[in-house]
Write a protein that binds this ligand. Structure first.
Ligand code: FPP
Length: 263
């Protein structure tokens, strides 16, 4: 058996706590409908789950949390619902910064923010600046985000650099493209959670989740609390990640402590 440390593996495959968790927060509308309330009541309630999960990430030492708040396709929803979602972001950006700073959380928004109102864009920049020195948790809110948009933008950046004579097409490989995606400085998602019962990726962080462990739960987002998140993390800790290798190789490298220096 080949027991040399694999150059491609920079993540300890037996690490029990994910470094990066990505979540599709689905089920707000159904949560509200079950209670005879407007869909927007579900979104408002969903903000409480966002707080609970953020604080649980801080407690458990998770480095990065990426939340899918608004997809490129969500503009097609009824105007009133889109307006409420924008209002919720505005309120959260203003109201949560103090709490984020108390928890040492750095906020970043990923996605095509040019489509948002000037006021919302200013609020986003302000919240990012005011939390920029925090280091315990990177919180990324994906807004007007799409995984294909992210990949297409990276491809355009490569093409522009080639046109400008700064990049040799022969130098374009997976790494080169990955460095031009939305968060090249952060670890890729280890755990990808979707609440609300559907089992699909819905154009969320597609490239970056190539090796993420997928976890689907029927729990609707407003009901997704610390305990539910804990179950997802427990499930993750029992998975064996192989990254294309055999289980035997992974166990041998782990016994050798082959990954310790990368953590
Ligand atoms: C999906 O549920 C949820 C959304 C499109 C919005 C998520 C937004 C929040 C949780 C609130 C704000 C977030 C932040 C970060 C401040 P759905 O409406 O598709 O539910 P359904 O499938 O039951 O209809």
């Amino acid at each position: 058996m080949n027991t040399a440390t694999p150059a491609v593996l920079t993540v300890d495959p037996q690490r029990s706590v994910p470094r990066h968790v990505a979540i599709i927060m689905d089920g707000n509308g159904r949560w509200a409908k079950l209670r005879g309330r407007p869909r927007t009541a579900g979104h408002r309630e969903g903000v409480k789950s966002v707080r609970a999960v953020v604080e649980e990430c801080v407690r458990r030492g998770i480095d990065t949390l990426t939340l899918f708040a608004f997809s490129s396709e969500n503009w097609q929803r009824p105007r009133a619902e889109v307006n409420i979602l924008m209002e919720l972001f505005m309120t959260a950006l203003r109201g949560e910064v103090k709490r984020l700073n108390e928890n040492d959380v750095r906020l970043r928004v990923i996605g095509e923010r040019g489509a948002f109102s000037e006021k919302l864009q200013r609020r986003i920049r302000d919240a990012e600046t005011r939390t920029a020195n925090n280091v315990t948790l990177n919180l990324q809110v994906a807004a007007n985000y799409g995984g294909r948009w992210d990949i297409a933008r990276a491809a355009r950046r490569l093409a522009e650099e080639v046109r400008a004579g700064r990049l040799d097409p022969d130098a374009i490989d997976e790494d080169a493209l990955a460095r031009r995606l939305s968060f090249p400085d952060l670890p890729e998602p280890d755990l990808f959670i979707r609440t609300g019962g559907e089992q699909r990726l819905s154009n969320f962080v597609l490239w970056q989740s190539a090796y993420a462990e997928l976890y689907f739960t029927d729990i609707l987002w407003p009901d997704f609390n610390e305990a539910a998140f804990g179950h997802a993390l427990d499930d993750f800790s029992r998975r064996q990640r192989r990254f294309g290798h055999t289980g035997e190789q992974i166990e041998t490298w782990s016994a050798m402590g082959a990954y310790e220096r990368t953590e």
